[in-house]
Design a protein around this ligand. Structure first.
Ligand code: BT5
Length: 251
């Protein structure tokens, strides 16, 4: 079945992800898309918060009910990142860099964050994919010096509805591809082609208990990041924060 979005709009809400999860638990079908003008409890990963000032960004979440193997579910985050990449290109003429696993950046400053969550429902597990894109610079100083917005980069205030339209179109296309026989490999190839973090990038990886440095060596089939450390060992990162380091020129 093709992805057929139904948009529900809120003036203000705690979090579009929380609302999508509530509705997924209540049985809403795949394709529900919650959009809000502001979030009072916008969420990042690991209980972090996502600053969501009124009308300064696009805050949205979609409900998916993927029928593929659970071990491919981490690819949903990568799929969403590719969809944002494509939508920003089409709607704003902006080419953003994808940073593993869930950010889009311009000059290493964060423009968009993605939070994919799994929720158990009566009709099986669902995925809620939340996307926050900073559209204007309003409220950004509240965040930190590492954030940016579409307007700050392009000098033009983007059309929110056009970005939303292109985003839902791209999500539909990418999701359909992901469900096809060769979808996973295709997605990973596309992701790598649009991310400066995929191959040969010096990074620091912060895990919950430790951090280490190395050079990226592409993705595993489930979307995990391969990082080669100075002693030549390959580490596979499934959850963590990645920061780009200045290259030493020796890779
Ligand atoms: C994320 O987490 O980047 C996921 C953000 C997902 C937000 C969307 S908005 C719609 C939907 N509903 C929700 O409640 N959430 C989703 P993480 O990688 O953990 O990054 C969080 C960190 O980004 C914070 O700790 C801040 O340092 C930084 N940050 C917070 N707000 C930001 C903003 N508006 N722009 C850039 N960086 C921000």
């Amino acid at each position: 079945m093709s992805f057929d979005p139904t948009i529900q709009r809120f003036d203000s809400i705690d979090s579009t992800n929380l609302e999508a999860m509530r509705q997924a638990r209540a049985g809403t079908p795949e394709g529900l898309c919650i959009v809000a003008r502001e979030q009072t409890r916008g969420r990042g990963r690991l209980d972090r918060s996502w600053q969501s000032p009124r009308d300064a960004g696009l805050y949205m979440s979609v409900v998916l009910r993927p029928q593929f193997e659970m071990n491919a579910w981490p690819l949903i985050t990568l799929m969403a990142a590719l969809a944002v990449h494509e939508a920003l290109l089409k709607a704003c003429g902006l080419r953003a860099d994808i940073k593993w696993p869930n950010d889009l950046c311009v000059s290493d400053r964060k423009l968009c964050g993605i939070l994919a969550e799994t929720v158990e429902t009566m009709s099986g597990a669902a995925a809620v994919v939340g996307i926050g894109i900073n559209l204007t610079a309003n409220g950004l100083p509240m965040v930190n010096a590492e954030a940016t917005s579409v307007e700050s980069v392009t000098g033009q205030s983007p059309d929110r509805e056009l970005v939303l339209h292109e985003l839902l179109k791209s999500i539909g296309e990418q999701y359909e591809l992901l469900r096809s026989a060769t979808g996973c490999e295709h997605l990973i190839r596309e992701w790598c082609a649009n991310s400066s973090y995929a191959i040969g990038r010096r990074v620091r990886v912060a895990l919950s208990e430790e951090s280490f440095e190395g050079t990226t060596r592409g993705l595993e089939g489930d979307g995990a990041l391969r990082v080669e450390t100075a002693d030549g060992k390959l580490r596979v990162v499934r959850a963590g924060d990645v920061t780009g380091l200045r290259s030493t020129g020796v890779e």
